[in-house]
Design a protein around this ligand. Sequence first.
Ligand code: DOR
Ligand code: ZN
Length: 427
Amino acid sequence: MARADFAIDGTFYIDRMLVRTSIGIKGGRITAIKKNVEAYERESFDNSIIIPGAIDLHVHFREPGLMHKEDITSGTTSALFGGVTTVVDMPNTVPPTTTPERLSKKLELYSSKSFVDYGVFASLMPGGRVAKLAEQASGFKLFMGSSTGELMCSDPVQQSKLVEAAAKTSRPVVVHAEDEALRNRISEYNLRDHYRSRPPECEIEAVRRLVRFAESPSRPRIHVAHVSTREAAEMKHGENLTLEVTPHHLLLDSEMPLKAYGKVNPPLRRRDDRIALMKLVTADKMDTFGSDHAPHTREEKEDEFDYAPAGLPGVETMLPLLLQLVGTSELKLSTLVRMISEKPAGILGARKGRIAVGYDADIVVVNMRKIRAVDASVLHSRCGWSPFEGHLAVFPEKVYLRGRKVVDGQALIGKPQGMAVHGVHDG
Ligand code: DOR
Ligand code: ZN
């Protein structure tokens, strides 16, 4: 066997177990897993565990158009320091990613600026050129209800047509599932009001409809974003209907004194709801973790509650917060890796998300004893705040992207090297 370019010796998460071994890396891929891999260079880790990089299918990096909140450089840097080596960007930028031309432009921006591997979701809207968009997009985003930006299709008949059109392309459709007709138009002064303005029924009704869409003979691939209610999470899913959960819906609730910094769609629910969601996660009933990283400035969040925009940052804290739950035995490492790496890679069809021969060497080294509190002043998002301030977390010590070291402690190494992710089914 040819010598590897580079080898790493350590304790790896491989096939649901932690094993002491070595991996060889060549051309960015893992080429060998065995004791004593021969390599030109090597690095060894003794007090750490090594897991696959996280894949976040849900980020809003705000470029083009809203770069005072975030841009591709700051957003992808933030991702890397949180152990996220692949992101897929949402279409509610300015202008929104609704046409093949805008999609190409966004991909071009990513190709020169991104520090992580990436994909882009196209907007799924009436009049959109779905087949053409599918040639370059990792998938589609459908907003069933309104949120930040103007992308929304609230009519059930249209929604069904759009999902059918996407099914023909075999790309996944990520859905913001809140039924517009069931929203309550009330003045909002706090998080409890925000909860009432978008009550659980909003989400439950939308997800019920998606369950029906998923049963169509065309078998559309539907991924429900940020499920926030127990009832929606318990609905029939599997194969072509998958469910995402966010760290904020598991760790934060509307009874906490977060003011508009906790305003997000769908809303933070009550304590009981988030505990019920956590139970479903630990029982391995949910599919993926996504951050729904949606930064807004402090100034915007300090506005009157009703006017403050919904959305909160989270790409850098997602894996660290969840690793801390592994450290306290509230979450199994196997559940974490399945939901944050393996399953998202499966949805993209990418050879990523596992430490296995033939897979990209996207790797995160963590020392589970190095626990620190989240401190937004040292995070890398442009927005400069975190709703998780003070929460305990385990941040990565080192991060490798396709075998190249890109994070070493507090240092970012090298230039942007992110590449577009291609699925195994792509031409
Ligand atoms: O709270 C939210 N903020 N929900 C979304 O669906 C969009 C996001 C944003 O882009 O700010
Ligand atoms: Zn979102």
